[in-house]
Design a protein around this ligand. Structure first.
Ligand SMILES: Cc1ncc(C[n+]2csc(CCOP(=O)(O)OP(=O)(O)O)c2C)c(N)n1
Ligand SMILES: [Mg+2]
Length: 405
């Protein structure tokens, strides 16, 4: 038996030109970001884009062009809102006023850095930790909280488990609980945009590190690589999938390198650096808007909270490591240090911002806790245009049975 000569393997270095070049018209000349983007895909996926150092000092030349104090403060406020909201909602859960909650604590920079890069008309397909993206884009606080109470104001009328909000007005798709299903949904939405000629828009899809081990991830990346729809896929690598650590999750050098196999530009950024996240996601969104296809981004962060209100991480991980991420690597602390250093925020303004957010959250909770539950009729609505006679019979039976009790 003769064996066919092996085809030479493809050279490792990408022949695709880097999308952002040092000294180009991107305003990043000489900066850390320019050097990072100038590398080939194989340099970016194992590398780590960082703009804001942990001590709050910043490579100012790496800032996205035209980045203003107003934008910085809007993002910082967005991050503070998530932190305060999570704290309040966890307290409600512990008091038995809501059934379940999942925090995004420690991941606020990844959430808000991504959200800032989006524009009206884009689509958002979230995974577990991205409700803050919806809120930043226009999902109201009241609607977010209504969904958690599952009351009559909830867009999904109490049919979802808590923390599954949605808002049609801002194309914020309801979170699908099944890990990784968000990824084919996001690629599918972007394929639809491409087929319909809906130019200049982006669909952003999120996942966790655990999500990248599912078949859906690989199928979606393959579709994205081949058909090049305007999709930006963001993995929040918070290093845990409930009790499974990243080291057990994958043998890959990084999460980002997985995208390279599918011919998708893959970046890796410091997920606790809101400026690096924004730079990376904006780069990907701009590229998709120009019709130049998909990007996969790994945001390296850490889940400092429990997986959810039903979880106790001290049973499976070393919480002294968590303490380091909670304090020294905290994304809010880092952003605040930079804003203070730059003179863009004073202690007094910071305190007032916190009080204002606390008030907004408290008022929204008070209103939504008072709202009634969805009417029992809603149980059979929204499946057919008009409820089917069998469903009406079921409802009548249910009402008769509950009256008897
Ligand atoms: C298909 C599927 N398998 C298992 C689960 C149970 N589950 C819920 S969240 C989760 C871990 C998700 O980890 P990751 O993707 O890293 O996201 P994170 O919670 O860290 O944000 C698991 C296993 C599920 N919801 N869906
Ligand atoms: Mg995870």
């Amino acid at each position: 038996m003769t064996t066919a000569p092996r085809k030479p393997s493809r050279p490792v270095a990408s022949s695709r030109p880097a999308a952002v070049r040092p000294g180009g018209d991107n305003g990043l000349a000489g900066s850390a970001a320019a050097r990072y983007f100038a590398g080939g895909d194989e340099d970016k996926a194992p590398g780590l884009l960082q703009v804001l150092a942990p001590d709050g000092t910043c490579d100012e030349a790496s800032l996205p062009e035209g980045f203003t104090r107003e934008t910085a403060l809007r993002m910082y406020r967005g991050m503070r809102l998530i932190r305060i909201l999570d704290e309040r909602m966890m307290a409600l859960q512990r008091q038995g006023r809501i059934g379940f909650y999942g925090e995004a604590k420690g991941q606020e920079a990844a959430v808000i850095g991504s959200a800032e890069a989006l524009e009206g008309g884009d689509w958002i397909v979230p995974a577990l930790r991205e409700a803050g993206v919806g809120i930043y884009r226009g999902l109201s606080l009241r609607q977010y909280i209504a969904q958690i109470f599952g009351n009559a104001n909830d867009n999904s009328r109490g049919r979802q488990m808590p923390c599954h909000p949605c808002e049609r007005k801002v194309n914020y798709v309801v979170m699908s609980s099944c890990v990784s299903t968000q990824i084919p949904h996001a690629v599918g939405v972007a394929m639809g945009m491409k087929i319909q000629g809906d130019r200049g828009k982006v669909c952003i899809g999120f996942m966790g590190d655990g999500g990248t081990s599912e078949g859906d991830f690989h199928v979606s990346l393959n579709f994205a690589g081949v058909y090049k729809p305007p999709v930006v896929l963001v993995c929040q690598n918070n290093q845990w999938a409930i009790s499974t650590p990243g080291t057990v999750q994958t043998a890959s050098e990084t999460i980002a390198v997985k995208g390279l196999a599918y011919g998708v530009e893959s970046l890796r950024a410091d997920g606790n650096d809101f400026l690096a996240v924004y730079t990376a996601v904006k780069h990907a969104c701009d590229k998709a808007r120009r019709g130049e296809g998909p990007t996969f981004i790994e945001l390296l962060t850490y889940r400092v909270s429990a997986h959810s209100s039903s979880d106790d991480p001290s049973r499976y991980r070393d919480e002294s490591v968590t303490e380091v991420w909670k304090r020294e690597k905290d994304p809010l602390r880092r952003a605040r240090a930079w804003l203070f250093g730059k003179g863009w925020l004073t202690e007094d303004e910071d305190r007032r911002m916190g009080e204002e957010i606390e008030r907004e959250v408290r008022d929204a909770i008070a209103e939504e806790e008072k709202a009634p539950l969805p009417g029992i009729d809603t149980l059979i609505e929204d499946v057919y245009v008009e409820p089917h006679w069998r469903l009406r019979e079921d409802l009548a039976q249910f009402e008769a049975d509950t009256e008897k009790e």
